[in-house]
Design a protein around this ligand. Structure first.
Ligand code: C5P
Length: 420
């Protein structure tokens, strides 16, 4: 059996090829993270972007202009005063023709020069002469990063709307540990995608389809009575709203609730688990499936269609198992959404049970929440959840259900940018 998706073979939705034909002027400064630049160029070109590199003197200690030129398919520029470079492409044209300037790695030195406007080589001159957006991916020793000078420069650059990606924490090349590692290539790509999506007025989930289940199901006992549960639909509806807000095309399949239909989602109202199963199957294909509904595990078997009469003896109800929507739609197959998320409402051994559920239902992520008496989750507005993925468990602080939904939607967008 194939395990849950950690990456996807479905490919990005066509509409999401946001980097296609984008011109990126990549400025490579002198840090060890410059060794990640060849991979960055490859990934950008795979996404249809064109890349032209400027290499600082320091950068050329870590990566050669020939490597950058070969991978980008464009000359790698180095020298401000090179007659050839100026004749072919002046530094003004170089930065004016770009859609964005990306400095990766951005050293403490180049950040300081950018802050005060020093233009003593081609890279810093281009950065001063540009009228285009600038993004930097800092990379340096932790002491250099946390130094008040660098932090002050960072704040100044941010006030000038320079976009900053990373750095992350971890082992540094100098042997120390801490903040200063350049953002990973997929995160840089994601930040660039986000930038261009924003400039088009789009959300990061534009072009993705999501199906969300919400609310309880009602299982009829007879034409007037039913079995139900305490789900309010608040969390599921909030997830649908948050995904729609990030640009996804959302179908919300909901059992009976008092929640208003979220803006921007197509709503399909159902009563029973069987109807919910059918409506979800009909709403596929989609890249994202979030099963937040509290689906009844059983329906009442052998209904006659008549109201059961009150008699001397209480009737014995015979129950039949309902389809497990999450487990069914998680099975490998061409229609399996690339990212399937379930919810686990537990009253004991929350994490262990949720981890077991993730495996048994073959879903990718589980949002686990404690619904024991006193937690107030069912009817309340707040929720304390743990996100369980293949990588481990994330404990999220207690938040409004709307905030949980927004954070989850952001995580989904990040996953989509990196994997779909
Ligand atoms: O097994 P349990 O009900 O605890 O699993 C919870 C998860 O499974 C939720 O994501 C819920 O929406 C989903 N589920 C389902 N169909 C069922 C039962 C649960 O989709 N019949």
């Amino acid at each position: 059996m194939i395990g849950p998706n950690t990456d996807s073979t479905l490919g990005r939705p066509k509409e999401n090829r946001v980097l296609e034909n984008k011109k990126i002027l990549l400025i490579v400064a002198g840090g060890i993270a410059a060794v990640k630049v060849p991979d960055l160029i490859r990934r950008l070109r795979e996404r249809g972007a064109s890349v032209t590199c400027i290499l600082t003197k320091g950068g050329s200690q870590f990566v050669t202009p020939l490597t950058l030129a070969s991978l980008s398919g464009n000359k790698a520029y180095q020298d401000l005063f090179s007659l050839t470079d100026e004749a072919e492409m002046g530094h003004i044209r170089l930065c004016r023709e770009a859609d964005i300037l990306l400095v990766a790695p951005a050293t403490a030195d180049i950040m300081a020069k950018m802050t005060v406007g020093i233009a003593d080589d081609l890279a810093t001159t281009a950065l001063l002469a540009t009228d285009k957006p600038v993004m930097i991916a800092p990379s340096m020793n932790v002491m250099m990063w946390t130094h008040p000078a660098t932090q002050a420069n960072l704040q100044t650059l941010k006030t000038r709307e320079v976009q900053v990606i990373g750095p992350g924490a971890g082992d540094l090349a100098c042997g120390e540990v801490g903040d200063g590692r350049m953002a990973e290539v997929p995160d840089i790509i994601a930040a660039l995608s986000r930038h261009f999506q924003k400039s088009r007025g789009e959300g990061p989930l534009q072009g993705y389809r999501a199906v969300v289940t919400s609310g309880p199901t009602h299982e009829p006992i007879d034409p007037v009575r039913y079995i139900a549960n305490r789900s309010s639909g608040k969390q599921g509806h909030a997830v649908a709203a948050a995904l729609a807000n990030l640009g996804a095309s959302v179908t919300l399949v909901t059992g009976p609730t008092n929640e208003p239909a979220p803006d921007g989602a197509t709503i399909v109202k159902v009563e029973t688990a069987a109807q919910m199963m059918k409506a979800c199957s009909e709403a596929l294909p989609a890249e994202i499936l979030v099963c937040a509904a509290a689906v009844a595990d059983w329906s009442v078997a052998g209904q006659t269609g008549q109201k059961i009469k009150k008699g001397d003896k209480a009737p014995a109800l015979k129950l039949a198992e309902n389809p497990d929507i999450l487990a069914t739609l998680s099975q490998p197959g061409p229609e399996r959404p690339a990212l399937v998320i379930g919810f686990a409402a537990e009253t004991e051994n929350l994490i262990t049970n949720a981890q077991l559920k993730r495996a048994s239902k073959n879903c990718d992520w589980i949002v686990a929440n404690d619904v024991s008496t006193g937690s107030g989750v069912f009817s309340g507005d707040a929720n304390t959840v743990h996100l369980i993925t293949a990588d481990g468990v994330e404990d999220w602080p207690t938040m409004a259900k709307r905030a949980v939904a927004e954070r989850l939607a952001e995580r989904i967008a990040k996953f989509a940018e990196r994997n779909l």
